[in-house]
Design a protein around this ligand. Structure first.
Ligand SMILES: *Cc1c(COP(=O)(O)O)cnc(C)c1O
Length: 436
């Protein structure tokens, strides 16, 4: 065995990874060379896309400083919005620390562009949980339903394909907007590729080109070389504590799209008359720029981690979704263990690998809003940031964990090896099995 490999094995050994677990991981990685290369190529293309946008919009040192008070003439904020618009190939963008999270960004995009009497349709089945209260699927104060905006949803077909007939039948004179979720989130349906989203949008526009097609882009940014706005989406919406924040943005969300729709969003976010003109950025501009600059390679690291986890656990006989060989269009990985102790061990391993709070051991707890106990592992620099290595699992059948993020591939790898080590130590994965 060569020196560097021995050195590496020793370093992992000093950090609690047994030789068998380490060797098992190396074997898996050797088989992933081609796929990792393709991910690196995507990151390379996206890196140049972001860099050239920053150059074209003449990002200067002054842009890195931030405003206070009303935030008039914040050159950093205004230029950053131009950079986002450049990268997403849209007319305009709204990128703000005042957008508190992805859910808020989606709420703004919907409420800003729908009026009483309008109808919203999701042509891809049930939307992300938190959207249910925005829309009013679950009754909620201030929902779109309270304002007389109706909602319909068309389920995906069993094989995950679009129900084109169902969508055509659902569209009426009232239909103003479509909400299309790119990532599967925590559902069992497949994540949509940008190409697929393009087919869906073309179909919708062929029926009525005035229907606003909004894409919930959360977890999808930079996983491919094109974005939904390259295939006809009128608006994309996402969170800065996921992919596009690159792990540095401490808060924020973005909306990029046609001028008219983004302007409506700005009036909704601040107030009619003020729109984009106000909104002090406090100390966020530098981290927004630097995070966006790093986002393509951070996303690549997270993608490699997801694929590595799928391959490790599938090889050991557990179910991975997406499976070990599937192409990826988001960074989420689900592993099903059919064993509550495995879920707990997995999450404890992820926590032990964290740069922050590595010394605490997560336990399942009754989290508000959930119908079972949930265990969460997150030793993140930014609270709740799911672009950072994190995992969570509801303690109920089929006993799955959802795993995502990793600011660097090396960290994602270490986290997954730690999770496996925990499963071996707990006797859930047989040591012998790793040798095969
Ligand atoms: C994370 C996520 C959201 C909501 O974002 P938050 O920042 O958690 O509010 C919405 N849609 C999808 C698909 C997501 O993954």
């Amino acid at each position: 065995m060569s020196e560097p490999v021995n050195l590496k094995k020793n370093v992992y050994g000093e950090n609690g990874i047994s030789e068998a677990v380490f060797e098992f991981g190396e074997k898996i990685i050797n088989q992933l060379e081609d796929r990792f290369k393709k991910i690196d190529e995507t990151a390379e293309i996206n890196q140049l896309k972001v860099l050239s946008a920053m150059q074209k919009r003449r990002v200067s040192e002054a842009c890195l400083y931030s405003s206070t008070g009303y935030g008039y003439n914040d050159i950093g904020r205004d230029t950053l919005e131009e950079v986002y618009a450049e990268v997403f190939h849209t007319e305009d963008a709204l990128v703000r620390p005042h957008i508190t999270c992805g859910t808020h960004a989606l709420g703004i995009a919907l409420a800003a562009n729908l009026r009483p009497g309008d109808e919203l349709i999701s042509p891809v089945g049930k939307p992300y949980d938190t959207l249910e209260e925005i829309i009013g699927i679950r009754p909620s104060k201030g929902s779109l339903a309270e304002y007389g905006i109706t909602y319909k949803q068309v389920e995906l077909l069993d094989d995950g394909l679009f129900d084109f007939d169902g969508i055509r039948n659902a569209i009426s004179d009232k239909t103003k907007m479509m909400t299309i979720q790119r990532s599967r989130g925590y559902l069992s349906r497949p994540t949509l590729s940008v190409e697929k989203i393009g087919e869906l949008i073309s179909f919708i526009k062929s029926i009525n080109s005035d229907i606003i097609c909004m894409v919930d882009n959360c977890y999808g940014e930079f996983t491919e070389t094109i974005e939904p706005t390259d295939v006809g989406a009128d608006m994309v919406v996402g969170s800065l504590i996921k992919n596009p924040g690159g792990g540095l943005a401490p808060i924020g969300g973005y909306i990029a799209g046609k001028c008219e729709y983004v302007e409506n969003c700005a009036y909704r976010l601040t107030t009619p008359g003020l729109g984009k003109e106000v909104g002090a950025t406090l100390d966020t501009n530098r981290s927004f720029y630097q995070g966006f600059f790093l986002a393509p390679s951070v996303t690549a690291g997270a993608l490699k981690g997801a694929i590595f986890a799928a391959n490790i656990y599938e090889k050991l006989g557990f179910e991975a979704l997406p499976d070990a060989s599937e192409e990826r269009f988001d960074i989420i990985q689900q592993i099903t263990f059919h064993d509550p102790n495995a879920v707990i061990a997995f999450c404890q391993g992820i926590q032990e690998a964290a740069p922050v709070d590595s010394f605490v051991s997560p336990e399942p707890w009754d989290m508000p809003g959930y119908d079972s106990e949930v265990i969460m592992a997150a030793g993140a620099f930014i609270q709740g940031a799911s672009i950072e290595l994190s995992a969570d699992g509801p303690i109920k059948p089929p006993y799955s964990v959802y795993f995502q993020g990793g600011l660097t591939w090396a960290h994602a790898k270490f986290g997954i090896l730690k999770s496996l080590q925990k499963l071996v130590d707990a006797g859930i994965v047989d040591h012998e099995r790793l040798m095969k």
